[in-house]
Design a protein around this ligand. Structure first.
Ligand SMILES: *Cc1c(COP(=O)(O)O)cnc(C)c1O
Length: 425
């Protein structure tokens, strides 16, 4: 009997995320990665132009990450994180906090971006409860995406992703993105709410990822944040996607003078090699949970909280991230993106070309409505698959978000492939 391919075996037992299993093409079986390249079981090389769902920053199978992981695996793989601690978790917190806005003083570990958001939401609700105030409402931006668990879904824009669950999600006030000319309108919208019921405002600084790589300016965001903070509304910066250099600076919040009360991190935290989430907070938040009263405890935790293997690869990733070569690479990508953007602007097939740090995005003009369900996405998937470039459009929004180690030649290949696509449609 002929041996089944990995993809065929997969199709008998696996259910993939965000995949219509009846119509999706067979998955590509990847057997190894190196730098920005991934190799399938036929030894074809693919360029990873979207960092494997925005997580990879230093490239695949990085030897430094592999070595630190291996060393840690021979030392300690996992322990309970309540009543016990370990060096990778402590060292990671010690090294991470100084990279963040100066008011961030505590690290709470979880497993992924959605849980990092859940923790921040629960921290803010209980912060107010511990202070004797009932504040059960949140403010978020329209088109926001903060994850797939129920709390994270609730603070995300209502969309095809949430449709089935909409009536189970808690109520959130959604506001427009800040722009140079809408501060007074935003202020009026927020002032019309009962501010004493608002626990926190959660936002993706500068770039709304899953919402379609929507970009907005730091100055009006900063103005809005300062105003909200002066009205005692807690600020949760969801830097799950923007963190670790993605928007140019180390963290997107470095573009603002207002410091958030909480920050959510995941994706690039481990260099994209393992699942780990972090919620950081100020001493003001942390102190509100200190009490002789056990009911003021933050009752949240996961079996794999602060997994030592994940923390040790996060430390390895930080070694690479804090090396000046990393910032140089991000700058190099930004400059290449800038040149390609000028070229894109000439194309009559696209609109809204935009750029923030290492992220380049634009929308393909189609006769259908914009958005995730735009059926041009399948056509684009097929095109890029055949060209062996991993690009995964969000509806009619196409974006390039590469690992920082991508070479100039690989980046050029991605641009050429996009230019060919635009010629062909
Ligand atoms: C991806 C993402 C999340 C969710 O992270 P997961 O690890 O996929 O749960 C949350 N917030 C933002 C901004 C994201 O981009």
């Amino acid at each position: 009997m002929q041996q089944m391919t990995l993809a065929a075996r997969d199709q008998q037992v696996i259910w993939h995320p965000y995949t219509q299993m009846q119509t999706a093409p067979q998955p590509i079986a990847i057997t190894r990665g190196e730098g920005a390249l991934l190799f399938d079981d036929q030894q074809n090389a693919y360029i990873d132009a979207t960092s494997s769902w925005w997580v990879n920053i230093h490239g695949h199978a990085h030897p430094h990450i592999a070595e630190m992981l291996s060393k840690q695996a021979f030392q300690l793989q996992h322990i309970i994180f309540s009543g016990y601690t370990h060096a990778p978790a402590v060292e990671l917190a010690e090294r991470l906090l100084p990279l963040l806005p100066a008011n961030q003083k505590r690290v709470f570990y979880s497993d992924n971006g959605s849980t990092a958001v859940e923790v921040a939401l629960k921290m803010s609700l209980q912060y107010w409860d511990n202070k004797g105030q009932r504040r059960h409402k949140f403010i978020a931006f329209k088109n926001a995406y903060h994850g797939d668990t129920f709390g994270a879904m609730s603070v995300s824009g209502r969309s095809v992703f949430t449709r089935v669950f909409d009536d189970l999600l808690f109520e959130v006030h959604f506001i427009d993105l800040p722009a140079a000319d809408n501060f007074d309108t935003l202020k009026a919208t927020i002032e019309a709410l009962d501010l004493s019921t608002i626990a926190a405002f959660i936002f993706e600084p500068l770039v709304q990822g899953a919402g379609g790589m929507l970009m907005y300016e730091a100055a009006p965001l900063d103005q809005l944040l300062a105003w909200l903070q002066s009205h005692q509304i807690l600020l949760i910066a969801d830097e799950v996607m923007t963190g670790f250099g993605r928007t140019g600076k180390n963290f997107a919040m470095e573009n603002c003078s207002t410091q958030p009360d909480m920050i959510c991190l995941s994706k690039g935290l481990t260099g994209g090699s393992m699942a780990l989430g972090v919620t950081t907070c100020t001493s003001t938040i942390y102190d509100a949970f200190l009490s002789n009263d056990k009911l003021k405890t933050l009752f949240h935790g996961h079996s794999f909280t602060a997994n030592p293997l994940a923390c040790s690869v996060a430390l390895a990733s930080l070694d690479l991230f804090t090396d000046p070569a990393c910032a140089t690479n991000r700058q190099r990508i930004h400059e290449a993106h800038t040149r390609f953007l000028t070229q894109l602007q000439q194309s009559p097939k696209i609109k809204a070309p935009r750029l923030q740090g290492t992220i380049l995005a634009f929308d393909i003009i189609t006769t259908n409505a914009d958005g995730y369900t735009n059926n041009i996405a399948d056509q684009l998937h097929r095109f890029f698959r055949e060209r062996r470039v991993m690009l995964r459009p969000l509806g009619n929004t196409l974006y390039v978000l590469p690992p920082y180690c991508i070479t100039d030649a690989q980046l050029q290949e991605v641009y050429d492939c996009i230019s060919d696509l635009l010629q062909s449609i």
